[in-house]
Write a protein that binds this ligand. Structure first.
Ligand SMILES: NC(=O)c1ccc[n+]([C@@H]2O[C@H](COP(=O)([O-])OP(=O)(O)OC[C@H]3O[C@@H](n4cnc5c(N)ncnc54)[C@H](OP(=O)(O)O)[C@@H]3O)[C@@H](O)[C@H]2O)c1
Length: 276
């Protein structure tokens, strides 16, 4: 496993995403992932699967502290008071006293960031999360939180894969001792159609998914959280620690980025940063 170290805490750079997994499929998927060796699990209140994730973690036979667990606060619960209550509910469902990382899922503009951050920090001070972070924040929004409000933010979780450059966000997180967590790292399966990725996969005897995840993890301060319901994909995605990519191969994959590469942009999304 590769690790990212932020403020003395080691974060497994490869995690297991659980969006759209629910019920038995989610509990079995998380249990299987932990069995394979994953030690970083990503969930969120809005996924409606925290109880399934909690069931899998509590029954897996691995100590809680060995697992890096992330959850996210949904947009309707970011007010002071509501945020803390939503964390109570998440922790109860997750069957744990704390998460390792607590994120604001999407930027909400009609509640001051100062209020949202104060509530997050309170949860952190009480030991109910070790690290705090954001998701889907632009560089301007990160600046407000990190520089204007002086909050120690560990990560910004954003969409990142070969079709989408995240250079502005990457430059910012690296300059501020943060990491980027790449969501939809396989472009929801579409990396199988990326020409450079396919060519390198063929040359190295790997799959396009493995090449993509290796490409992400070779970048400084980048973690990735692929989702896989199938055991085949789970194992495949975890088998990426025995090879590396050359500088030319890294560049060829970066060159797959295109202006319309973003896949997730709901109506409440911020005005995204444009890569230069
Ligand atoms: N913060 C946010 O707003 C946000 C937004 C989106 C996602 N996320 C997080 O990021 C996680 C991952 O993103 P995602 O679920 O959107 O997409 P993803 O991980 O890029 O792709 C998942 C899809 O790719 C398939 N797949 C998995 N491994 C593969 C492989 N090796 N080769 C080919 N296909 C493969 C999966 O199939 P099977 O399932 O059939 O195996 C599934 O259909 C989510 O689960 C969630 O935890 C966060």
């Amino acid at each position: 496993m590769d690790f990212i170290t932020i403020d003395g805490k080691n974060i497994p750079a490869l995690g297991y995403g659980t969006w759209q997994l629910r019920g038995k499929e989610c509990a079995q998927g998380v249990a299987k992932a932990i069995d394979i060796g994953y030690r970083h699990i990503d969930t969120a209140q809005i996924y409606e699967n925290e109880a399934d994730v909690g069931l899998a973690i509590s029954g897996c036979g691995i100590e809680r502290r060995e697992i890096f667990l992330t959850t996210k606060v949904w947009m309707t619960s970011v007010q002071d008071g509501a945020l803390q209550k939503s964390v109570d509910s998440s922790l109860q469902k997750l069957q744990t006293d704390y998460v390792d990382l607590l994120l604001i899922h999407w930027p909400v503009n009609d509640v001051p960031f100062a209020e949202q951050m104060k509530a997050l920090q309170q949860v952190q001070e009480e030991g109910r999360t070790q690290l705090i972070g954001v998701s889907n924040f632009t560089v301007a929004q990160m600046k407000e939180v990190v520089e204007n409000l002086g909050v120690k933010v560990a990560t910004n979780q954003v969409e990142y894969h070969p079709f989408l450059s995240q250079k502005p966000v990457l430059d910012y997180v690296r300059a501020h001792n943060m990491f980027l967590t790449a969501y939809s790292p396989l472009a929801r399966g579409k990396v199988n159609d990326a020409k450079a990725v396919k060519e390198i996969a063929k040359k190295l005897g790997k799959t396009p998914g493995q090449i993509t995840l290796r490409w992400l993890l070779e970048q400084e301060n980048v973690a990735a959280i692929p989702k896989a319901a199938s055991e085949k994909h789970m194992i495949e995605n975890f088998s990426i620690f025995d090879f590396s990519l050359t500088e030319d191969e890294m560049k060829a994959i970066h060159a797959e980025a295109r202006p319309d590469g973003r896949m997730i942009s709901p109506e409440w999304a911020p005005k995204w940063d444009k890569a230069a």
